[in-house]
Design a protein around this ligand. Structure first.
Ligand SMILES: *Cc1c(COP(=O)(O)O)cnc(C)c1O
Length: 388
């Protein structure tokens, strides 16, 4: 599946912000903490609407604002706000929209630190429940005080899909806001706002940055919601993206369409190859066939990224270690979505019970399929599987 021409144009768009030498092809980096004004009256006027004026770089900055505009366009949202990390964006959503007494419903396997933050928020009087079954009936889990339904689709680790139209319809009937972590699919391969989700969050550290040299996050949605997140979540908690980091993410955006198509091509080869391998019990990726999610795949995703997981038949910690340590092209490390292939695993010598409680199978290994090329990737995987 390919990236749309409209999205290619957005990724390649020329700078439209202030003060640039005509013809300079790269966006300027506004490396400044503040913006002096011509008069006191002008400063007062702009400070009264800081979300749309350049006053201070903890609020807005032209380089960051250009990235925000392109991300809003890609997600088909009215507005976006960038953050110093994905967790900065997620924390700002919770910090801005929740209050003591509220309940948050998490649906599907959700990124670990997001759930850790939810547990931390209990001390501020915000409670939550986690429903890891992606097919669960959301309406039956809503409470009187549910203020937010937070979903990942495809979900962390097992990449299972949630029916986003059904989820948002159920939440909307009860007047409950919805948010999704869209990092896996990127704005190119899934547009949750068009499926009824209120807010999209991203870790820009992954595919959008794409070069493993920048940490960043974003929130996209309606102008009203993003403004709330800006004033309460961004300005007050201060997880700011710098102009330099924004320029690195913009550099990533330029090649996002071709990178995603290549990640997809390489990942699908890896999925096909692994599914046919005797040492592998299962492969988890929305493309892995035949899957119960096939209809959802067609109706929600317009492409596949390169993050997948596999289950070794021998699920022991020792077997996982032998496999991971034998890989050469797939480097051992956290994170994903960069040009380089990576491998990691939640399996430890002593956590089988914990994994089972989280609904994760034994022998689970996560691969981020990078851009090195299928021949070397498949050869590397074969060598490591032989070592198991
Ligand atoms: C990495 C990640 C985050 C957090 O992003 P950071 O930029 O590391 O703070 C959130 N959600 C998902 C799915 C991630 O993979």
């Amino acid at each position: 599946m390919t990236v749309s021409d409209a999205d290619r144009e957005i990724c390649a768009a020329a700078w439209t912000g202030p003060g640039h030498e005509p013809g300079a092809i790269a966006p300027p980096v506004f490396q400044t903490s503040l913006f002096a004004k011509d008069s006191f009256a002008e400063l007062a006027r702009q400070q009264a609407a800081e979300h749309e004026n350049f006053v201070y770089s903890r609020g807005t900055n032209p380089t960051v604002a250009f990235l925000e505009r392109q991300l809003a366009l890609l997600e088909r949202g009215e507005a976006a706000k960038c953050f110093g990390s994905g967790m900065g964006a997620i924390g700002a959503v919770f910090g801005a929209l929740l209050r003591s007494g509220d309940h948050v419903l998490f649906v599907n396997n959700v990124y670990g630190p997001t759930l850790e933050l939810a547990r931390h928020l209990e001390r501020f009087g915000v409670e939550h429940t986690v429903v890891t079954d992606p097919g669960a009936d959301v309406a039956s889990h809503l409470r009187e005080n549910t203020a937010l339904v937070y979903v990942e689709s495809p979900g962390t680790m097992l990449m299972r899909l949630v029916d986003l139209r059904a989820l948002t319809a159920a939440a909307r009937r009860r007047g409950v806001l919805t948010a999704i972590d869209n990092t896996w699919a990127t704005p190119l391969f899934q547009k949750p706002l068009e499926l009824g989700v209120d807010l999209v969050v991203h870790s820009l550290t992954k595919y959008v940055g794409g070069h493993s040299d920048v940490v960043g996050g974003a929130v996209v949605g309606s102008a009203g919601l993003v403004r709330e997140v800006f004033y309460r979540g961004h300005q007050l908690f201060g997880a700011v993206m710098s102009a330099m980091e924004a320029s690195l993410v913009l550099r990533g955006l330029r090649t996002l369409p071709v990178r995603m198509e290549q990640h997809q091509e390489n990942a699908l080869r890896v999925v096909d190859h692994l599914q046919a391998h005797a040492a592998i019990a299962a492969v988890h990726h929305p493309y892995a066939a035949p899957g119960p999610d096939d209809d959802l795949v067609r109706s929600q995703l317009t492409g596949f990224s390169g993050l997948l997981s596999l289950e070794l038949r021998d699920g022991s910690f020792e077997a996982v270690s032998r496999f991971v340590d034998a890989l050469r092209v797939f480097r051992i490390g956290v994170s994903w979505g960069g040009y380089e292939s990576l491998v990691s695993s939640p399996v430890r010598a002593d956590n089988a019970d914990r994994l089972a409680a989280d609904g994760l199978p034994p022998g689970l290994v996560r691969l981020s399929v990078g851009l090195e090329g299928s021949r070397v990737q498949l050869a590397d995987l074969d060598r490591a599987l032989a070592a198991v």
